[in-house]
Design a protein around this ligand. Structure first.
Ligand code: FAD
Ligand code: NAD
Length: 466
C-alpha cells in the first residue's frame, strides 16, 4: 500500500493548490480526483468556461453594436457560430486542465483517478481507474460543491438545466428563463442575451446580487434592463414544467398573483451546495454541520484531528480564490507555520460587462453594525479613459470610517473592475485610509483613476473631475 504524508481528495482550486503547497514544503503528496481531468468545478464547468463564453459573446456584441461607433465597418452580416464558440471554450478548458497535470508532475505529486472514500481516518479507498487503497498521515477534503435545486423542480438537463449544461448548449435559446439573479444567472444570462436570446431573470429577493452592496445591484439591474432583459424581482417560483420544447415557469409576485413565463430553456441558478456524497465521512469520524458543510475549526481542522477541509465544502464564500487561500493555509499549518486568512478581504467579482467587484463591508452591513462611515463615489463617465474606450457605465464607491478614515469597503461596477479591485484589497490589507489611496499617483489615463477620485471624494469631498 502506498503511504503519504498528505492525501487530498478533490482537485479543484482548493485541492490542487493545497497539493502544490504541500509538495513545495517537502511533504510526500497524493491527490485523488473522480473525474479524468483535474481542476474541479472552476476549471471544467465554472470560472474558466464561463469567462471564455463571456469573452466570446462580448466580442460579438462589440462587433455588432459598438464597432460602428469607432468607425469600423464590417460589410455583410456578422454571425455567431455557436458550435465553434463552444469548441473554443472547450479548448481553453482543456489547455487549462492540462496545465494542472503538468504542475502535478513538476511537483512530484501522485495523481489517482477515482472516487475517494474513507476506510478510517488514515486510509482511503479509491474506486475507478486507479482503484487501490492508500494510507496518509494527514488528509485534506476538497470535494467542492454541486448546483442546488428547488424541491419541486426536475432538472432534465436538456431544457431545465444547471450552469453545467448552459456552458455547452447546442443552440441559442429563443427565450431563456433564469431562476435566480445571482452570479451564475447574471453571467450566463448576459452571454445568451448578447447572442440574441430573450432573457427573463426571476429573483426571489427584491434585488439581484442580494449579498452585494445595494448600489451595485441597482446599477447592474439598470444595465440588464437597458439590454432588454426582463428582471422579475420579488418573484417566488412555484413550478417549472416542461412540455416538449417548451418550459413553463410559474411564480408568485409581491401582490400574491401568479405570473406565467414560457420559454424554451430554464436555467436553475439558485446557489450551490457542499458535495460530500460517497466520502463515507462517518468511518473517519468527520462531522458535518446542519447546513451540510463539513464542520471545521479556525485551523480548518475537522472533528477528526488529522483531517482538514477547504473550499466550497466548508463554510464561507464559494469562490475559487477563497478555496486557493485555504489550500495554502492548511498546507502551511501542516508544515508547522502560522498562516492567516482575513475572510473580510476576499474580493467578490461578477464578470458581466460592466464588471462588478467588491471587498470589505457593504453600506448595509455598516449600518446594521452601527458604524459611522463616510462615502466617496466617482462615476466612470467622468474619466477620459472611459470615454476614449466608450465604457462609461458605473462607478467606484469607497466607504471609510468617519473618524479614522480607514477604508472599510470598496464597491465598484464598471469596465475592468475585476482587476481594479486588487488595489482595494492591497490597500485594505495594509489598513490604508482613504487619504492614503488619494495621495498615490495613478497613471493617466486609466480606469484606476476612478479609485483615486473616489478616495479623494471620501477623504474630503474633493474629487477633482466632477
Ligand atoms: P471544486 O472546484 O468543486 O472541486 C472539487 C473536486 O472534487 C471536483 O473535481 C470533484 O470531482 C472532486 N471530488 C468530489 N468528491 C470526490 C471524491 N469522493 N473523490 C474524488 N474526487 C472527488 N469562482 C470564482 O472565484 N470566480 C469565478 O469566476 C467563478 N465562476 C464560476 C462559474 C460557474 C458556472 C460555477 C458553477 C462556479 C464558479 N465559481 C467561480 C465558483 C468556483 O468554481 C468554486 O468556488 C471552486 O471551484 C471551489 O473549489 P473547490 O476546490 O472547493 O471545489
Ligand atoms: P448565488 O447565491 O450567487 O445566487 C442565487 C440567487 O438565487 C440569489 O440571488 C437568490 O436570492 C436566488 N434564489 C434563491 N432561491 C430562489 C427561488 N426559489 N426563486 C428565485 N430566486 C431564488 O448562486 P449561483 O448564482 O447559483 O452561484 C453559486 C455559487 O457559485 C455562488 O456562491 C458563487 O459565489 C459561485 N460563482 C461565482 C462566480 C464568480 O465569482 N464570478 C461566478 C459563478 C458562480
Amino acid at each position: 500500500m502506498k503511504s503519504y504524508d498528505v492525501a487530498i481528495i478533490g482537485s479543484g482550486p482548493g485541492g490542487y493548490v493545497a497539493a502544490i503547497r504541500c509538495a513545495q514544503l517537502g511533504m510526500k503528496t497524493a491527490i485523488i480526483e473522480k473525474y479524468s481531468t483535474l481542476g474541479g468545478t472552476c476549471l471544467n464547468v465554472g470560472c474558466i468556461p464561463s469567462k471564455a463564453l463571456l469573452s466570446s459573446s462580448h466580442h460579438y456584441e462589440e462587433a455588432t453594436k459598438h464597432f460602428e461607433d469607432h468607425g469600423i465597418e464590417i460589410p455583410g452580416e456578422i454571425k455567431v457560430n455557436l458550435e465553434k464558440m463552444i469548441g473554443r471554450k472547450q479548448a481553453v478548458v482543456d489547455q487549462t486542465t492540462g496545465g494542472i497535470d503538468f504542475l502535478m508532475k513538476k511537483n512530484n505529486i501522485d495523481v489517482f483517478e477515482g472516487l475517494g472514500s474513507f476506510i478510517d481516518a488514515t486510509h482511503i479507498k479509491i474506486e475507478g481507474k486507479d482503484a487501490q487503497e492508500i494510507e496518509a498521515k494527514k488528509i485534506i477534503i476538497a470535494t467542492g460543491s454541486k448546483p442546488s435545486n428547488l424541491p419541486f423542480i426536475t432538472l432534465d438537463k436538456e431544457r431545465v438545466i444547471t450552469s453545467t449544461e448552459a456552458l455547452k448548449l447546442k443552440e441559442i435559446p429563443k427565450h431563456l428563463i433564469i431562476i435566480g439573479g445571482g452570479v451564475i444567472g447574471l453571467e450566463l444570462g448576459q452571454v445568451y442575451r448578447r447572442l440574441g436570446a430573450e432573457v427573463t431573470v426571476i429573483e426571489y429577493m427584491d434585488r439581484i446580487l442580494p449579498t452585494m452592496d445595494a448600489g451595485l445591484s441597482k446599477e447592474l439591474n439598470k444595465v440588464f434592463k437597458k439590454a432588454k432583459c426582463k428582471m422579475m424581482l420579488s418573484h417566488k417560483v412555484q413550478s417549472v414544467e416542461r412540455n416538449g420544447e417548451e418550459v413553463v415557469v410559474k411564480a408568485e409576485n409581491k401582490k400574491g398573483e401568479v405570473v406565467e413565463f414560457k420559454g424554451d430553456y430554464c436555467l436553475v441558478s439558485v446557489g450551490r451546495k457542499p458535495y460530500t456524497a460517497g466520502l463515507n465521512l462517518e468511518a473517519a469520524g468527520v462531522k458535518m454541520n446542519d447546513r451540510g458543510q463539513i464542520d471545521v475549526n479556525d485551523h480548518l481542522q475537522t472533528s477528526a484531528s488529522n483531517i482538514y477541509a477547504i473550499g466550497d465544502v466548508i463554510k464561507g464564500a464559494m469562490l475559487a480564490h477563497k478555496a486557493e487561500e485555504e489550500g495554502t493555509f492548511v498546507a502551511e499549518t501542516l508544515a508547522g507555520q502560522k498562516p492567516h486568512i482575513d475572510y473580510n478581504l476576499i474580493p467578490g467579482v461578477v464578470y458581466t460587462w460592466p464588471e462588478v467587484a467588491a471587498v470589505g463591508q457593504t453600506e448595509e452591513e455598516l449600518k446594521a453594525a452601527d458604524v459611522a462611515y463616510k462615502v466617496g463615489q466617482f462615476p466612470f463617465r467622468a474619466l477620459g479613459r472611459a470615454r476614449a474606450s466608450g465604457d462609461i457605465d458605473g462607478f467606484v464607491k469607497i466607504l471609510a470610517d468617519k473618524t479614522t478614515d480607514e477604508v472599510l469597503g470598496v464597491h465598484m461596477i464598471g469596465a475592468r473592475c475585476a482587476d481594479l479591485i486588487a488595489e482595494a484589497v492591497t490597500a485594505m490589507e495594509f489598513r490604508a485610509s482613504a487619504e492614503d489611496i488619494s495621495r498615490m499617483s495613478h497613471a493617466h489615463p486609466t480606469f484606476a483613476e476612478a479609485v483615486k477620485e473616489a478616495a479623494l471624494a471620501a477623504t474630503d469631498d474633493r474629487a477633482l473631475h466632477v
